[in-house]
Design a protein around this ligand. Structure first.
Ligand SMILES: Cc1cc2nc3c(=O)[nH]c(=O)nc-3n(C[C@H](O)[C@H](O)[C@H](O)COP(=O)(O)OP(=O)(O)OC[C@H]3O[C@@H](n4cnc5c(N)ncnc54)[C@H](O)[C@@H]3O)c2cc1C
Length: 360
């Protein structure tokens, strides 16, 4: 049986592992700490680009395919793991009047369902709260969300049940090469070897691949979020304005995000970000002035130029692959990226053209 080592147990590593296992491979994940505790845990779980008209086709095609696949995968993961990832289509209100007409035209041309918020029926829950005063802009009814910590737990459990072996607290420290291949992965617990190796180490992927030549440009971009606890139902949908967003969970938690910071691998949370996010959240939804702030956290996105991930075989090392660099949309793109990896490694056809995600 063909074997595969996956380096990194975030959403992209775990999903790659699960798909490859379902395709019949023997799969082992090496995770430096605990699975799904980095960017995949920290993200907001909006299953869309922000905003689709701000990106070119290569980013949107992968995100769109991810959006198509998520409903079925979320249900499969729920059934396989017994953990509900809280996938739901909640819609997204974009409160940016200036962009509205150009954005509506873009959506009409690209098959994205969008209506002007001014034409939206006033009886809907979106307008019951104080948000109504700001309700200019666009309504994207098809935008969905998932709850990141639950999603990674569901995926980890489903992968384990399918027979994926997961070694946590096992950092890959070096890739050992010979005869145009990776012949082993060094860790403090010894050397692991497999027919194929996939680097899915998020923001750390660039570092891990440095020294092998052709390392893709993948670097950490810090993002911070603050969490409110409000009454369930206070906010029915995702709200976006000027680079910030609110994301309501079913139990009343509301995330306000996020910052985009170049801080290396430093995951400190800052007072400045807290003020910025609280100011934004309370200006959009004044009822949040009375809601307690229960947490603040940061995560390191796997940044990449143009937000384009690399999902491909190494140009020179026959059995080395990467699935990383998803930057702001790694949750949205997970199932589609898994498909591209399967196409690259096993030749399994997908509706996607894999060329834009090639290892250059
Ligand atoms: C604040 C914030 C908000 C976000 N919001 C959204 C959103 O709304 N929608 C969306 O689609 N995306 C969002 N994202 C982006 C998304 O979270 C990421 O793109 C995605 O989670 C990346 O997943 P990953 O598996 O590639 O990386 P990670 O989740 O970072 O996983 C990489 C894993 O590799 C492990 N690792 C690293 N080095 C090694 C090593 N040497 N050996 C072994 N293991 C190693 C790490 O410990 C980690 O567990 C957000 C991110 C942040 C930070």
């Amino acid at each position: 049986m063909t074997s595969c080592l996956i380096l990194g147990g975030g959403l992209n590593g775990l999903f790659s592992a699960y798909l490859l296992k379902l395709a019949g491979l023997e799969v082992r994940v090496l995770e430096q700490a605990a699975c799904g505790r980095e960017s995949s845990w920290a993200g907001a779980g909006i299953l869309s680009t922000l905003l689709p008209w701000n990106y070119g086709p290569d980013v949107n095609v992968l995100a769109r395919r991810g959006r198509e696949l998520w409903p079925v995968w979320a249900e499969r993961l729920r059934l396989a793991s017994g953990i509900d990832p809280e996938y739901r289509v909640c819609g997204m209100a974009v409160l940016e009047e200036e962009q509205r007409d150009a954005a509506l035209a873009w959506c009409a041309a690209h098959g994205e369902v969008a209506v002007s918020l001014t034409e939206f029926p006033r009886s809907t829950p979106l307008f019951r709260g104080e948000l109504g005063d700001l309700a200019h802009g666009l309504w994207l009814p098809e935008v969905a969300q998932a709850r990141n910590p639950r999603l990674v737990q569901a995926l980890r459990a489903a992968a384990l049940r399918a027979g994926v072996v997961i070694d946590e607290n096992t950092p890959a420290t070096r890739l050992l090469t010979g005869n145009g291949k990776v012949i082993g992965v060094a860790t403090p617990r010894g050397i692991f070897a497999a027919d194929n190796v996939v680097v899915a180490a998020g923001a750390w992927s660039g570092e891990l691949l440095a020294g092998l030549g052709h390392a893709p440009e993948i670097y950490p971009v810090r993002g911070q979020i603050v969490l409110f606890k409000a009454e369930p139902g206070l906010l029915p949908c995702v709200v976006y304005r000027n680079g910030h967003y609110l994301v309501p969970r079913v139990d009343g938690h509301i995330l306000a995000g996020s910052t985009l910071e170049q801080a290396g691998f430093d995951k400190t949370t800052t007072l400045r970000a807290r003020r910025e996010l609280l100011g934004f959240a309370r200006s959009v939804l004044p009822a949040l002035r009375h809601a307690p702030v229960v947490a603040q956290w940061s995560g390191l996105r796997p940044g990449s130029p143009g937000n384009l991930p690399t999902i491909d075989r190494h140009p020179e090392l026959d059995n080395l692959y990467v699935n990383s660099g998803h930057f702001r949309y790694g949750v949205t793109m997970v199932p589609a990226s898994g498909e591209v990896l399967l196409q690259r490694m096993l030749g399994i056809a997908t509706p996607l053209d894999a060329a834009p995600y090639a290892w250059k």
